[in-house]
Design a protein around this ligand. Structure first.
Ligand code: FEO
Length: 397
C-alpha cells in the first residue's frame, strides 16, 4: 500500500505466485490487482477491488488506512479479478454505492449477484465530486469487455485505466522502474487480452489523449509515471505496421515434420527473415501470442493424425485466429502418412485473419530432396512478399 498523491492510495494486492489467468494465460511474473482509495473532503471512493482470493488483503489495507466509510466503489470492469471483492466491500461498508455504467451494472448483477439498489449508473463524461477531488468517467469500450471505462482525477492528473495499459507483472516496485521488463509484460498482456480489439483501442487512445494526465494508474502491474512510454508502445502495437518476421508454431510426432521445420527455419534465416519457431509441445502460449503482435507471416507446421491436423496445431491455429493479429500471410506445412485434410482444416480455422494463403508444403513421410526444395521455395515466396511490402532490409537476399 502506498500514497501516490495526497489522499490517493494504492490499496490492492500483489499475487506473486499466480501462474495462470482465466485457466488459459500463463503468468510467468504473477500479477497484481490494483485498487485505489481517493479521499475527498466530503466523500471517499474506492477505484476497483481485487480478485476474491485477495479480498482479505484489500480489507486489511483499508483497515490500516482507518477507512471508516466508503461512499462510492467505482467499478470499471465486470471481470472478477477487479470486481470479485465488491460484495465483501459492500457488506463491510453498507452505505457504499457501486458507481458504474449500465452495461457493467448488468454484469455485476449477473455474475456477483449485487442488488440493484446498490448502484449509481453514470454516463460517459459525467463527473462525480468528492470535495476537492473530482472524478470524470471516460467510457473506453472493448478494452477488453464492452463495459470497460476509465476514470480521470483532474486535480491530481491521474488516469485510472483498469485493464487498459495493464501488465501481468507482480513487483515490489509500485512504479515502472525497469522499462524493458514492463514493456515485455505489457506486450504479453496486450497480445493475450487486447489485440483482438486493435481498431477500437486506437479510438480509445485518441479519446483519453485529450486529457492532461501525468500518471496512468492501471489495475494490473506498475503505475506509469511516464505515460508516454506505454501510450507509444500501444500506438505501435495497434498500428498496421508489421515486421519482417515469421511466427512458426509446429508440432512433430516422429520427426518428419521436425526435419521440415529445422530446414525451413534455416531457409528463412538465410534470407534475413526473423523466424520465431514454437515447438507446441513445450511452448508458452504467451510467448506465441507476443510474437503475433508484430509478425507479417504465420506458418503452421503439423503432421497429419486421425485424418487431420495434430490437436496441438489446431490449438495454435484457433488461438491465432481468435487473437486477430495483423498478419498478412499464412501457410501450412507438415508430413502425412497416407492422406487427410490437414490443410483444409487449418485453413478453415483462420477465417478471422486477413491473410493471403501461400502455397502449403505437405510431404509424404520423411522429407526428401524435392520436399526440402519446396520448403526453400516457400521461404523464397515469404521473402518476395515481405520485400514487396518493404519489410526486408536492404542488402538481405
Ligand atoms: Fe483484469 Fe479483464 O480483467
Amino acid at each position: 500500500m502506498i500514497e501516490i498523491k495526497k489522499n490517493v492510495f494504492e490499496v490492492g494486492s500483489k499475487h506473486f505466485d499466480r501462474r495462470l489467468f482465466d485457466e488459459l494465460i500463463p503468468l510467468p511474473d504473477g500479477t497484481t490487482y490494483n485498487a485505489y482509495i481517493i479521499k475527498g473532503f466530503d466523500k471517499t471512493a474506492l477505484i476497483d477491488t481485487v480478485d476474491p482470493v485477495k479480498t482479505d488483503v484489500l480489507l486489511e489495507h483499508l483497515k490500516e488506512l482507518k477507512i471508516s466509510k466508503i461512499d462510492y466503489v467505482i467499478a470499471h470492469h465486470g471481470e472478477q479479478d477487479h470486481s470479485g471483492s465488491i460484495p465483501a466491500v459492500l457488506a463491510k461498508f453498507p452505505a457504499a454505492k457501486v458507481v458504474t455504467n449500465e452495461k457493467c451494472k448488468v454484469e455485476l448483477m449477473d455474475h456477483l449477484l449485487v442488488a440493484e439498489d446498490r448502484f449509481i449508473v453514470v454516463a460517459d463524461g459525467e463527473k462525480l465530486p468528492l470535495g476537492g477531488k473530482t472524478l470524470e468517467f471516460i467510457f473506453t469500450p472493448w478494452v477488453h469487455w464492452p463495459e470497460t471505462f476509465c476514470t480521470y482525477l483532474a486535480e491530481d492528473k491521474i488516469l485510472f485505466t483498469c485493464d487498459f495499459f495493464g501488465s501481468h507483472l507482480a513487483s515490489s516496485e509500485a512504479y515502472v522502474v525497469d522499462e524493458c521488463k514492463v514493456y515485455e509484460s505489457a506486450k504479453r498482456y496486450f497480445a493475450e487480452i487486447m489485440m483482438p480489439f486493435r481498431s477500437l483501442i486506437v479510438k480509445n487512445i485518441e479519446k483519453i489523449s485529450k486529457y492532461d494526465f501525468t500518471l496512468i494508474a492501471p489495475s494490473h502491474g506498475p503505475i506509469y509515471d511516464k505515460p508516454k512510454f506505454i501510450i507509444d508502445a500501444y500506438k505501435d502495437w495497434t498500428s498496421d505496421r508489421v515486421k519482417n518476421e515469421v511466427v512458426f508454431p509446429y508440432v512433430s510426432m516422429h520427426g518428419s515434420t521436425k526435419a521440415m521445420a529445422d530446414h525451413f527455419v534455416e531457409a528463412l534465416a538465410k534470407k534475413g527473415i526473423t523466424v520465431k519457431p514454437f515447438n507446441l509441445t513445450e511452448t508458452d502460449i504467451g510467448e506465441l501470442a507476443i510474437s503475433l503482435v508484430d509478425a507479417a507471416t504465420i506458418v503452421i507446421g503439423s503432421p497429419t493424425v486421425l485424418a487431420g491436423p495434430h490437436p496441438a496445431a489446431v490449438y495454435a491455429a484457433y488461438l491465432a485466429n481468435a487473437l486477430r493479429p495483423k498478419l498478412r500471410y499464412a501457410s501450412i506445412m507438415g508430413s502425412f502418412g497416407w492422406g487427410g485434410k490437414t490443410v483444409e482444416t487449418i485453413k478453415g480455422m483462420l477465417t478471422n485473419l486477413k491473410v493471403e494463403l501461400l502455397e502449403p508444403v505437405l510431404v509424404k513421410g520423411h522429407p526428401k530432396e524435392a520436399d526440402l526444395k519446396a520448403l526453400d521455395s516457400l521461404a523464397q515466396t515469404v521473402y518476395n512478399k515481405h520485400q514487396a511490402d518493404s519489410l526486408v532490409m536492404k542488402g538481405e537476399n
